[in-house]
Design a protein around this ligand. Sequence first.
Ligand code: OOG
Ligand code: NI
Length: 483
Amino acid sequence: MSTVLPWQARAAFARRLSDVYGREVPAYNTLVAVAAEINAELLAQDPKAAERLGSFERVTAERHGAIRIGTATELRQVAQIFAAMGMHPVGFYDLRDATPRPIPVISTAFRPVDDEELARNPFRVFTSLLVVDDRRFFDANLQERLEAFLASRSLFPPELLDLAEKAESAGGFGAAEAERFLDLATAAFELSSEPVDRAWYRRLEAISEVAADIGGVRSTHINHLTPRVLDIDELYRRMQHRGITMIDEIQGPPRWDGPDLLLRQTSFRALAEHRTFRTPDGRVEPGELRIRFGEVEARGIALTETGRDWYDQLVAETDHRLASQQAAGSEARRADVARTVWAERVPRTEAELARHDLAAFTYQVTPNRPRDGHQPPADLAGLLDGGWVTAAPIVYEDFLPRSAAGIFSSNLADRTAQETNGRVTGTARDAAWLATALDRPVLDPTEHYTRQRRRSLQTVADQLGLSAITERPVATPIGEQRP
Ligand code: OOG
Ligand code: NI
């Protein structure tokens, strides 16, 4: 019988990683303390607003981790370990063409999917896989050496994989198995003290620090662990005030006075960490690597498919205006330009975002709706206006490729060496490739939000005895909808 359910193992794993990471990177503890302080203040000020996108318990415990691995086998193995804790692959992110600089990886996130599972503990891990056969980064010789190196290491002990497989099929762990699993899983993501082959590491580092961090060492490690904060601008100020230098910008949507949307993230470069190195003549020497960092995030409402296209247009519009202002000699900052674009174009209330089908909501029948014998209207706007149903925002549980690339690169010292003369093309990778490599389905985030929304509308229709609910399209163009 399972006495430890997947979510309990997930919550315990997140706590253990947090303890380890706090010991390894003390500034992480400061980050967690400042985030908790701000969250508690906002809860005291306005509990309803503070808990609009998740209970206080959930938000306080919420973390995401990031790991980087090298082969499809390693990817299948981590997927097995995470599956035992109810974490499944969601999303495909290709960072090889990213701005501000290419990173030779593709990524996904392992996370809980169902609402109840997310509410119990939303721990997720952004997982990046090195693309060793991408000729824009690695020539044939280096690919071969990388593959040989990666094939000769093993990141996860067979006992861990075995426990994970059994727990996945049983739907949980026995108490002793859970303990053993958590010990082994936590140890697998700790920073190793094994000496790093200096020449090999430097060879990869000349191409990309991320490639060296993955393919230059014989183990993996948690790269960062990210708490969630309810006011990221305030957090940024308080961290600076404590003397911790943050990266220049908060990634994602700008600060503004409407509802939080998607995801905003920022980070600081961690200090150099002590590592040992093996020299070409076989000596072991002390040294340092500066690879890991601290990150924090604020989560907002998920967007619909229409909303996501529209968001990408806002980003493009911001880039365009910024480039032309800079060309004209202005020293405009991206964040300021983005704020202007948003002020002009983004509806400022949840109701408007829902009416324009931009943000994602689920709908619930109002328990104390008027029961005066009137028939409910069969369209969503009518149901909302008449007080028959209410909308609850769906939290964005995923990542943004551009922000991920921004976070990656602002924490790297050197540029990535990439062949960009157009003659060398990259290896094809997409979500289908990832699903095949994993031998597990990879969920598409936006489709998932759409399904949640549709299911809730179906329940509303059933409860109100409607055969279908129509969604009248809103004719007013967005941007002219200012209150
Ligand atoms: C991952 C960087 C991206 C995020 O939250 O978008 C990331 C890494 O550094 O391995 O963490
Ligand atoms: Ni991250």
